[in-house]
Design a protein around this ligand. Structure first.
Ligand SMILES: Cc1ncc(COP(=O)(O)O)c(C=O)c1O
Length: 396
């Protein structure tokens, strides 16, 4: 028998200091709560219907015909890189060389990690729009850099960026702007004027920009404008996207970056030691998906716009203040009109009260007070599921 022994590794915690603040994500807690209580899960943002059957068949064909079952090439298969470059040209008129300016990643998540690990030195400052997607803060921390949040604030029924605040956040230590448009969780889509001002600032202060545009095809009013297209931006911008949101195959984890050769090469240096490669057969299927006709993208947008309206109207009827999103498949609401003050406590109690699960936005903030009363709902679910959720929310 082992005598009472000192803890393994001494008193030092296993999880290192850089990650100590990032325990289990709220998504794990809330999804477990949804399963335990039989609630409708509008917490995590994944569709409850798979993408096009023709693309699923392409994936299964790839597996059965031995395409991508062994390690694919490090930068991604040529067919996919060519399709990504063609997509950037087709939708935005942006030219990228498939061999030197495109890199396939394990979802946008790995792209974010590889960009930040490759491009940052310890001590660098990174400006990110708050509230932010949860992996940003963790990856900035893993890179040993410092995050400097610029908070999007409610203004005229939407969350808006204060350009003066953004300008004031830049210091001599700022290395990189980490942007996200369309923006999760607020649904804000940065306007061409805002993007032009951000671009001018990046050029003036000679900053690198990493822009997460995974919701590029989910813009309901107007259209998506990539930051890389503004003057002086192509050479300093890494654009991230992913097949998960656009084609409703979030489990396949096919993502990519487009950027000039020197930036792609730097990001590839980090990426090769993360997954090296991933998603072999799915890369063939997504190469095909990227060539889907405009009708596919129009139908996806129309379907989600209708779902947004069902959920937004239902949430408003239940008493929430609703920030109707211009993009993404998330709605942010404020719970203050319901007499509530704490979004985390509200979300923890919600399954008991009406068998629906949502996410408290405060987990996406450094400034917890700024997001204390906000709650996020995903509407990438079947119409009947959203209608049932709206019915249940009436109990509030
Ligand atoms: C803003 C944003 N970036 C990145 C991701 C992750 O994308 P992927 O599933 O391709 O890794 C998500 C997923 O929710 C997201 O909302």
């Amino acid at each position: 028998m082992t005598p009472m022994s000192a803890p393994v590794g001494g008193d030092r915690p296993f999880l290192n200091r850089r990650l100590a603040a990032f325990g289990t994500t709220i998504f794990a807690e809330m999804s477990a709560l949804a399963a335990r209580t039989g609630s409708i899960n509008l917490g995590q943002g994944f569709p409850d219907t798979d993408g096009p059957a023709q693309i699923a068949e392409a994936a299964s064909r790839a597996v059965l015909t031995g395409q991508g079952n062994q390690y694919p090439p490090g930068p991604g298969i040529a067919e996919l890189r060519t399709a990504i470059a063609a997509h950037q040209q087709r939708f935005y008129g942006l030219g990228y060389d498939p061999d030197s300016e495109v890199l396939v990643t394990a979802g946008a998540t790995e792209a974010i990690a590889a960009c930040l690990l490759a491009l940052l030195e310890p001590g660098d400052e990174v400006i990110a729009l708050e509230p932010y997607y949860d992996s940003y803060a963790a990856c900035i921390a893993m890179a040993g850099a410092t995050r400097v949040p610029v908070t999007l604030r409610p203004h005229g029924g939407a969350f808006a960026l204060d350009l003066d605040e953004l300008r004031a956040a830049v210091t001599p230590r700022t290395r990189l702007l980490l942007l996200n448009t369309p923006h999760n969780p607020t649904g804000t889509v940065l306007t061409p004027d805002e993007l032009a001002a951000i671009a001018a600032l990046a050029v003036e202060r000679d900053l690198l920009v990493v822009t997460d545009e995974v919701y590029e095809h989910l813009v309901f009013e107007g259209s998506h404008t990539p930051l890389a297209g503004f003057p002086g931006m192509r050479e300093r911008t890494v654009t991230i996207s992913s097949a998960g949101k656009t084609y409703s195959f979030t489990g396949w984890k096919v993502g990519w970056i487009t950027a000039p050769p020197e930036l792609v090469s730097a990001v590839r240096s980090a990426k090769q030691f993360l997954t090296y490669v991933s998603s072999g057969p799915f890369q063939y299927a997504i190469a095909e998906a990227l060539h889907l006709p405009d009708a596919y993208y129009d139908a996806l947008r129309a379907d989600l716009a209708a779902k947004r309206d069902i959920l937004a109207d239902g949430l408003a009827a239940a008493g929430f203040q609703v920030f109707r999103p211009r993009g993404t498949y998330f709605i942010t609401t404020d719970i203050t009109p319901l007499g509530e003050k704490d979004g985390l406590a509200f979300c923890r109690a919600l399954p008991e009260r009406c068998e629906v699960v949502a996410i408290p936005n405060q987990v996406f903030y450094d400034d917890k007070a700024a997001g204390a009363t906000q709650v996020r709902w995903a509407f990438c679910k079947k119409t009947e599921v959203l209608e049932e959720a709206v019915e249940r929310l009436r109990r509030l």
